[in-house]
Design a protein around this ligand. Structure first.
Ligand code: NI
Length: 143
């Protein structure tokens, strides 16, 4: 870990009050910890935008109707096409009709997005979301 640096920030009072309220709701002990998380998140998003082939970690959550025709086969076939970036799949039978799948992913960001878009757009998928992040050493590296 690199040296800790202190710096001053000029900010509108209204904006700071809203920020303080938000971080209190989220349970942050200090403004600094919340700001560090915001900066990391911005750096991750910016790295992925400018380097679509950067290695990232991802989780994709899908909720779907397991009665939907051909859906399970289509999901399986797409996952086999991208087997090299899928680390693990957790399947939960959440109700009589619904299943939830959580995919742990590691690989090229654009490939992960391609897999996620392919799965999310299948008929019968009711809701889902991709979350992308990266190892902490990659967040601050210059390439
Ligand atoms: Ni199920």
């Amino acid at each position: 870990m690199s040296d800790l640096i202190r710096f001053g920030v000029s900010i509108d009072q209204d904006l700071l009050e809203n920020y303080d309220r938000l971080i209190a709701e989220r349970g942050y002990a200090t403004r600094s910890e919340a700001l560090r998380d915001l900066i990391r998140d911005t750096l991750i998003q910016q790295k992925i935008e400018i380097q679509p082939d950067i290695e990232v970690l991802g989780s994709l959550t899908l909720v779907y109707d397991h009665h939907a025709r051909n859906l399970s086969q289509e999901m399986g076939s797409l996952q086999h096409d991208f087997h090299n970036i899928i680390l693990s799949v957790m399947h939960l039978h959440v109700s009589h009709d619904d299943c939830m799948e959580i995919l742990a992913l590691r690989g090229n960001a654009s490939e992960i997005v391609r897999l996620a878009n392919g799965l999310l757009s299948l008929k019968g998928i009711k809701n889902g979301k991709l979350f992308l992040t990266m190892a902490s050493s990659s967040i601050t590296s210059s390439n």
